[in-house]
Ligand binder design. Structure first.
Ligand code: AMP
Length: 220
C-alpha cells in the first residue's frame, strides 16, 4: 500500500506511522526524521533545515521534495510506503503526484488523524523522545518512563525536541492550518481521504486506522 499520513503536530503521526508500517510491512518514511538525521550528521542539508525547523517553519520545497523523492526511490519502497510528514503543502502534493504518475503508480489512501487543538498543545509540551531511536516516544504524564529522562526500551537519553517549545508549537500549528490542511481538500477531490479520531489509547487508534485502511483498500 502507498499511504500518506496527515494530522497536526502532536496528533501521534510518528507513533502510529511506526506501528502501521510494521503491520503493513512497508517502510515508514518521515521527512522530519530524515531532516533530524541530517542535523545530527551535521550535513549541509541538516544545517539548512535546522534554522527552519527551530522556528517551526517548513523547510523549502525544493530540498524537501528532492530528499523525499530520493528516499521513495530506495529499493525497500518499491512496493509501498507510508509517508509521515510529507507532503506538507499543496506544491509538495502536486510534486508527489507527478512523481507517482511518472512511475505509473497511485496512492491508496490519505489517513487523516484528527485531534482537538487543546489536546495537541498538552501532548507536545510533555513529549520526550529517545536520542537513540525517535520511535521511542514518551510523555511526562500520559506515558511516563519508569525512570525520568531514561528510555524504557533501550536505556537511551530522553530529550525534548528543540521545536517542541511552546512558542514554536504555536507557529507549527499555524503553519499546519494555513499550509498543510489544504492538502486534505486536495486529496478529498481524489477520493483518497479517510479520517479517524486520534484520541484514546495508542493500540485503539492503530486498530481504528487499520480498519479504515482495510475498508479503503476494499473499494479499490
Ligand atoms: P515532524 O517531525 O514531521 O514534526 O517535522 C519536524 C519539522 O521538520 C517541521 O516542523 C518542518 O520544519 C520540517 N519538515 C518535516 N517535513 C517537512 C516537509 N514535508 N516540508 C517542509 N518541512 C518539513
Amino acid at each position: 500500500m502507498r499511504i500518506v499520513l496527515v494530522g497536526p503536530p502532536g496528533a501521534g503521526k510518528g507513533t502510529q506511522a511506526t506501528r502501521l508500517a510494521e503491520k503493513l510491512r512497508i517502510p515508514h518514511i518521515s521527512t522530519g526524521d530524515l531532516f533530524r538525521a541530517n542535523i545530527s550528521r551535521q550535513t549541509d542539508l541538516g544545517k539548512l533545515a535546522k534554522s527552519y525547523m527551530d522556528a517551526g517553519n517548513l523547510v523549502p520545497d525544493e530540498v524537501t521534495i528532492a530528499m523525499a523523492k530520493d528516499r521513495m526511490e530506495q529499493p525497500d519502497a518499491v512496493d509501498g510506503f507510508l509517508l509521515d510528514g510529507f507532503p506538507r503543502n499543496v506544491q509538495q502534493a502536486e510534486a508527489l503526484d507527478a512523481l507517482l504518475k511518472s512511475e505509473d503508480i497511485k496512492l491508496d489512501a490519505v489517513l487523516d488523524l484528527e485531534v482537538p487543538e487543546e489536546e495537541v498543545v498538552k501532548r507536545i509540551a510533555g513529549r520526550r523522545i529517545c536520542r537513540n531511536d525517535s520511535s521511542h516516544v514518551f510523555h511526562e504524564s500520559y506515558s511516563a518512563p519508569k525512570q525520568a529522562g531514561v528510555c524504557d526500551t533501550c536505556g537511551g537519553e530522553l530529550y525534548q525536541r528543540d521545536d517542541d517549545s511552546e512558542d514554536t508549537v504555536r507557529t507549527r500549528l499555524e503553519v499546519y492550518h494555513t499550509q498543510t490542511e489544504p492538502i486534505i481538500d486536495y486529496y478529498k477531490a481524489q477520493g483518497l481521504v479517510v479520517t479517524i479520531s486520534s484520541l484514546g489509547p495508542v493500540d485503539e487508534i492503530t486498530r481504528r486506522a487499520l480498519e479504515a485502511l482495510k475498508r479503503e483498500d476494499a473499494t479499490q
